[in-house]
Ligand binder design. Structure first.
Ligand SMILES: [Zn+2]
Length: 356
């Protein structure tokens, strides 16, 4: 299987969240062609997940999964001697190609893997939530997101908060008659920026971002309303953090917590390099698909910082794996079944992706 060609084929199909149907169709057909029993799992409107199992094993112990959607804008594929470029080449169409290639390699060894490709990961995990209603009895779910080809020990959670400050509108020539909501919001945000955040050994610190600010009416009007949207990256439970935020903001603004995706820890395995994922994944929505593990090519940390979603993503796609290394690593080091162990090794060997 030509992983590079498949990655490029998938990248060239626009699948920004909401538009995954055309890509799903191609994956469905490709998996049928390879002899899988592929199924379209309806999600919403024309959108569907693709689930594929081998006819000999409709309830595989191990399922590879990742997502079909990308963030905008669409960037078609290109390549040079070393890299494939284009939106989704790393996250997650290259991963889809790698997972199919790894499943095929394992199949040749008699290990039968399931494949689950979902819609909507970049927005609200809608595809994963739909899949969670229709589990197939898997013991392990190996979810693919860019982890630098390392096994994630944990993934940071997410806490989204809205701060709303209220004031009293007045002509700005008479500030004594008004009360500025923006001033209050600024003080609240300054206090939050100074507030110490928790840190977890081996994982790192909780961080936060003031992502959006809105408010006010005109330069000469004292603003009666202002809002800020914040996002915390979690490294533990949130009861104490929530309490501190409310206490810190005090009477300056109303605090609303409206989305929490929990911090998760995953199993470590001897012989496999590890990392901590600073992002969230579909895993919290796939609780019925077995114990989750998280691994995928490329390094998201670099990608986010350097490329900011807007510049090209790149990877070295699909260099053939080193099979002697794979064999030596697979010598009974892990407590898991041979299927899961071998799955990870083959997946990694098919995932020699590096960020430019
Ligand atoms: Zn992703």
């Amino acid at each position: 299987m030509d992983v590079v060609a498949l990655t490029r084929q998938l990248v060239d199909i626009e699948s920004i969240t909401g538009n995954e149907a055309a890509l799903g169709e191609v994956l469905y057909r490709e998996l049928c062609r390879l002899g899988y029993q592929a199924r379209k799992m309806a999600v919403e409107g024309t959108r569907f997940n693709v689930l594929a199992t081998l006819p000999e094993e409709p309830h595989p112990a191990v399922v590879f999964s990742t997502h079909m959607d990308t963030v905008p804008p669409f960037i078609p594929s290109s390549e040079d001697e070393q890299r494939v470029y284009g939106r989704g080449s790393c996250d997650a169409k290259g991963i889809i190609a790698v997972q199919i290639a790894a499943a095929e390699r394992l199949r040749a060894e008699g290990i039968r893997i399931g494949l689950l490709f979902v819609v909507g990961e970049e927005r609200d995990s809608q595809g994963a939530k739909a899949a969670n209603q229709q589990p197939i009895g898997a013991r392990f779910l190996i979810n693919g997101e860019p982890t630098g080809n390392r096994l994630a020990l944990a993934s940071k959670g997410t806490l989204r908060i809205e701060l709303t400050a209220s004031g009293r509108m007045a002509h700005s020539a008479y500030p004594e008659l008004g009360e500025s909501a923006i001033d209050k919001l600024i003080v609240a945000l300054t206090r939050l920026r100074a507030m110490p955040l928790p840190s977890t050994d081996g994982i790192g610190p909780c961080t936060f971002n003031i992502g959006l600010i809105e408010g006010g009416r005109a330069p000469n009007v004292i603003p009666d309303r202002a809002k800020a949207h914040l996002l915390y990256r979690l490294v533990g439970p949130t009861e104490e953090l929530r309490r501190q935020i409310v206490e810190t903001v005090a009477e300056l603004a109303k605090v609303e917590f409206y989305l929490e995706i929990p911090f998760l820890r995953f199993r470590a395995m001897d012989g496999l390099p590890t990392m901590v994922a600073a992002f969230t994944t579909d895993i919290p929505a796939l609780t019925e698909w077995g114990e989750p593990l998280l691994i995928g090519p490329t390094r998201t940390g670099n990608t986010w910082r350097r490329n900011n979603w807007r510049r090209r993503w790149s990877c070295i796609a699909g260099l053939p794996g080193n099979w002697s290394a794979v064999a030596s690593l697979g010598s009974g080091l892990w407590a898991l079944s041979s299927a899961i162990r071998q799955s990870l090794l083959v997946l990694r060997s098919r995932s020699v992706f590096l960020l430019a």
